[in-house]
Design a protein around this ligand. Sequence first.
Ligand SMILES: [Zn+2]
Length: 468
Amino acid sequence: MNTSRLVLPFIAAILCGPALADGDGLDAKAVATAEGLRDTAMRGSQAYAIVESLTTEIGPRMAGTEAYDRATAWAQAKFKSLGYDKIWLQPVTFPVWERRAERGRIVSPFPQHLVLTALGGSESTDGELRAQVVEFDSLESLKAAPDGSLAGKIAFVNLKMRRAKDGSGYGPVSNVRRSGASEAARKGAVALLIRSVGTDSDRLAHTGMMRYEDGVAKIPAAALSVPDAELLANMLKRGKPVTVALDIQAGVTGSKTEYNVIGEITGRGKPDEVVVIGGHLDSWDLGTGAIDDGAGVAITMAAGALIGDLKKAPKRTIRVIAFANEEQGLLGGKAYAEAMKDAMGTHQLAAESDFGAGRIYALHAGVSPESKPVIERIAQVLAPLGITWAEGGGPGPDISPSVPYGLPWAELQQDGSDYFDYHHTANDTLDKIEPAALDQQVAAYAALAYLAAETAVDIAPAAPAAQK
Ligand SMILES: [Zn+2]
């Protein structure tokens, strides 16, 4: 932890006297500039045009694909055209997972087609796999099945996701997706089917990452669309054996280096200190990655560009990061943390947009008690946008690996009520985005980033950095 972070606000308060408000290190001019950024964005920002460009000119850009390389070039060019003065790449190396084919059907007692998609990381079936299905209502009930009781069978976990504004329904169902295959394999199962992690009733399956535990058989894993999960459950209710055929061709094919794409608006006073905002540039392969996370990239690129358009740059540098490979395990965020762990003291504040395109309604922050007056002042500027400051929340996915090294974070929490209707499906497309909702978010990110970059207070993290 950098001790100057504790002393500086105190010195600044003495030196600058009455020009500063209570401990927030911001004068009236800085606040007026932030309000101006906010109001300019609300009249119309570039965010929608940016996500329209990304989804139209690139589209799906799964980590490891040639499309991600095109997205990298797109992001570099976009930063340039938006007036960022420094653009650089940070390497991220990971195993490449490939989806080749996926088919499923009910063979008996009533033959029907099934809509499904392989989970990220899944291995292949050996040709077509045919097996009887055993249903579970939760991960816990699967874990409670006797050892060997699923020998030669397909485990089917049919857990419904709860709709919630804050996305709190995601945790329990995403645990099934993440660890269900290894739990099923422990009981002898030959494959895993899950009900899609989603709140919709579209006949589209939701993909997403899964993990194999070491020392446990790697069985193929796929998600059924919600209507297909209900169809399969209804068939099982009849008490007769239900046999499903699966043909999944997927797997890891090697490794690749991709890049976090970073654009900066250099600070005028403390250029080596940074305020980080961003989203992730990769997407899943089924949709065009509009809400996950083209929106986040577009909102933060547009917010940084607005600050760059000011006559006078803020004191600190605004760093906008389009992270690589978030979807398969926060790999871009982990690479950033690893590269920056000794420089985390130069990070003033970080916030990531990765929860769709719904409006922001809350501001949360993980900062020291001494830094809270800055957050409070930011909250006052955001209040006309319908945003209130509240305790709680958490850092965005790609900045979370940096938090143990002492990164102070903020969260601009979005309304995610419909996020999981489209998340990781073929329905994650541009038409789900309302341009005015993006403008509200650009307004919030621009004001937050500007004030954090301009304040005389060095924002400190909530907890001291962990031992490296
Ligand atoms: Zn995302």
